[in-house]
Ligand binder design. Structure first.
Ligand SMILES: [Zn+2]
Length: 274
C-alpha cells in the first residue's frame, strides 16, 4: 500500500527581486549621471573646441583627469556602503520565495533564513546558513569593483577618443558626438551591471539554498516571453543537475537571464514519502 505522498503539486514560479533590481539600477544611474555631469563641465572648462589643435592639449587634460578620478572615487564611496543592505534585501526576498516554493511544492512550512528556533519539523538546523556572510562579502566586493570600473572605463575611452581626434585631425564637433555616445554606452553599462548583479546574487542564493535542502537537480523554467533566449526556451521543462550546469551556466547566471530553477524534490530533505 502506498504511503502518503508529501510532494503533492507543481512548484509555483520563483519570482525575481524586481524592487531591489530597480533600486540598484537607479542608485547606479544616479552615480553615473553625476559623474557624467562632472566630466562634461570639466571638458567644457578645458575648452576642447579651441584647444584641439594645440600641441599641449593632452598634457593640459592630465590635471583634469586627476581631478575627475577623485570625483569618481568619492561618488563610488557613497554607493559601496549601500551594497550589504542591497544583498540582504535580495537574500530575504529569495528566502521568502524559497519558503513559498517549499510550502506549495511539498506542504512543508520552514522557518526563515537564520531563524533556527525549533518548529518541530526536524528540518530547521540547516537554516543557520553559515555560508551567507561569505557569499555577501564576495558579492559586495565584486560589485564594489564593478562600480569603480564604470567611471574608469569611460575615462579611458574618452581619453582615447581625444588622442585619436588630435592624431587624425577630427573636428571638435565629431569629437563631441563621439564623447556623447560614450556617455550613453556608460549609462547602459551601469544599468546592465545593476540588473545582472541582482540576478546573479539571486541565482547563487537559490542554488545554495536548494543544495542545503539536499536538492540535487532542478527543472529549467523561463519567462517564456519574446526576450528569452532561444537556447533557454529549448530547455523549458528539462531536468538539470546542480553539479552539471549547461555550457552558459544555471538559470539566472548568464547575462540578463531571467530563468529560474524549479527544484526536483526526489532525494531532498522534504522527500519523506513514496
Ligand atoms: Zn534564461
Amino acid at each position: 500500500m502506498a504511503r502518503i505522498r508529501r510532494i503533492r503539486r507543481a512548484n509555483p514560479a520563483w519570482k525575481i527581486p524586481a524592487a531591489t533590481e530597480r533600486e540598484y539600477r537607479s542608485v547606479l544611474l544616479r552615480m553615473t549621471d553625476a559623474y557624467i555631469s562632472e566630466v562634461k563641465a570639466s571638458l567644457k572648462a578645458a575648452d576642447l573646441n579651441s584647444q584641439l589643435r594645440h600641441d599641449g592639449i593632452i598634457d593640459d587634460l592630465a590635471a583634469i583627469w586627476g581631478h575627475l578620478k577623485a570625483v569618481s572615487r568619492s561618488l563610488a564611496g557613497e554607493v559601496v556602503p549601500q551594497l550589504p543592505r542591497m544583498f540582504t534585501r535580495v537574500s530575504m526576498y529569495n528566502d521568502k520565495q524559497w519558503r513559498n516554493v517549499i510550502k506549495v511544492g511539498t506542504g512543508f512550512n520552514i522557518p526563515a533564513s537564520r531563524d533556527t528556533s525549533d518548529s518541530g519539523l526536524g528540518v530547521d538546523a540547516y537554516r543557520a546558513e553559515p555560508w551567507l556572510d561569505r557569499m555577501q562579502d564576495v558579492w559586495v566586493s565584486n560589485n564594489a569593483d564593478l562600480i569603480k570600473s564604470i567611471p574608469d572605463q569611460m575615462d579611458g575611452r574618452i581619453q582615447q577618443l581625444i588622442k585619436s581626434a588630435v592624431v587624425n585631425g577630427s573636428s571638435a564637433e565629431q569629437l563631441a558626438d563621439q564623447i556623447e555616445q560614450e556617455y550613453n554606452v556608460t549609462r547602459r553599462r551601469a544599468e546592465l551591471i545593476a540588473i545582472d548583479q541582482i540576478q546573479k546574487g539571486n541565482a547563487a542564493l537559490a542554488k545554495q539554498r536548494m543544495s542545503d535542502a539536499g536538492v540535487t537537480s532542478y527543472i529549467w523554467r523561463g519567462a517564456m516571453d519574446a526576450r528569452e533566449r532561444a537556447a533557454h526556451v529549448a530547455r523549458e521543462g528539462k531536468v538539470f543537475r546542480w553539479d552539471d550546469p549547461p555550457p552558459d551556466g544555471h538559470p539566472g547566471e548568464p547575462v540578463r537571464c531571467r530563468c529560474y530553477a524549479s527544484p526536483s524534490w526526489a532525494g531532498s530533505i522534504f522527500d519523506i514519502g513514496e
